[in-house]
Design a protein around this ligand. Structure first.
Ligand code: NAP
Length: 247
């Protein structure tokens, strides 16, 4: 599954799932844009690790919730590697509260990044993806968007919102042979899961038939397939990567 000479933008690639995807793309020969918001040193480490394995990458700072910053990232991408072929909307955050304790600010912060960021990045790179030979839009959703999750009304709303967005963009891209798909991981061993208490983690594990949390590699391999030419006849889909959880 070569991504030779493909320009791939991965948002939120300084750590966690985004880092794993960026490194996987690098190994497949892509030119990788490693986006980050605040973890500059970590993003440069990702670039170094891609280059150490013979790949090409640049780190680009941009808060995906800021349209102008994303427009500037698009220009930097064009200057370094030309138009993008693949966009992975991975950047995301959680601000967990039960709904009765959720302020308007808690709600908006998550919507602004997890959905507003997806608008900004997709809008800025839309022409690139439609013009690409095998353009790929890949949105990282979550099993929480499918099932809901206690204390995550804001987050679940953004992650299920991606389903309607993906299916609609898939229709709008179809005439160009480019595709849009969602990858919906279950619970993955990253900093995001570290925020969950051990007690809640035990309860989550009981709901996972494979009886383990996902490793980043469980997700990045699927994303690599979706980004590749081999997935050309698949669009508008939700790929659940969740250890067998029902939804
Ligand atoms: P993570 O370890 O917390 O990493 C989040 C990444 O997103 C970091 O690189 C962070 O950059 C970046 N980011 C956050 N806000 C940003 C912004 N406004 N602009 C640009 N970058 C931003 O998270 P993760 O677990 O890898 O999750 C990645 C994606 O997978 C998210 O969309 C999440 O919802 C989804 N997901 C995660 C899980 C899970 O269990 N971990 C399960 C299902 C889905 P900085 O470090 O520079 O701030």
């Amino acid at each position: 599954m070569s991504l030779e000479d493909q320009t791939c933008v991965v948002t939120g690639a300084s750590r966690g799932i985004g880092r794993g995807i960026a490194e996987e793309f690098g190994r497949c020969g892509a030119n990788v844009v490693v986006n980050y918001r605040s973890s500059e040193a970590a993003a440069h480490e990702v670039v170094d690790s891609i280059e150490d394995e013979g790949g090409e990458a640049i780190a680009v700072q941009a808060d995906v919730a800021d349209y102008d910053a994303v427009a500037a990232m698009t220009e930097t991408t064009h200057d370094a590697f030309g138009p993008a072929d693949v966009l992975v909307n991975n950047a995301g955050l959680t601000v967990d509260r039960t709904f009765e304790n959720m302020s308007r600010e808690d709600w908006e912060r998550v919507i602004d990044v997890n959905l507003g960021g997806v608008y900004n990045c997709t809008h800025c790179l839309f022409d690139d993806i439609t013009d690409a030979e095998h353009g790929r839009l890949i949105n990282i959703s979550s099993v929480v968007g499918q099932q809901g999750n206690y204390g995550q009304a804001n987050y679940a709303t953004t992650k299920s919102g991606l389903f309607g967005f993906t299916r609609t963009i898939a229709l709008e891209l179809a005439r160009t042979d480019s595709t849009a798909n969602c990858v919906a991981p279950g619970f993955v061993e990253t900093d995001m899961l570290d925020e969950v208490s051990e007690e809640v983690k035990e309860k989550i594990l009981d709901r996972i038939p494979l009886n383990r949390f996902a490793e980043v590699e469980d997700v990045s391999g699927i994303v690599r397939f979706v980004a590749s030419e081999e997935s050309s006849y698949m669009t508008g889909q939700i790929l659940a990567v969740n250890g067998g959880m029902e939804w």
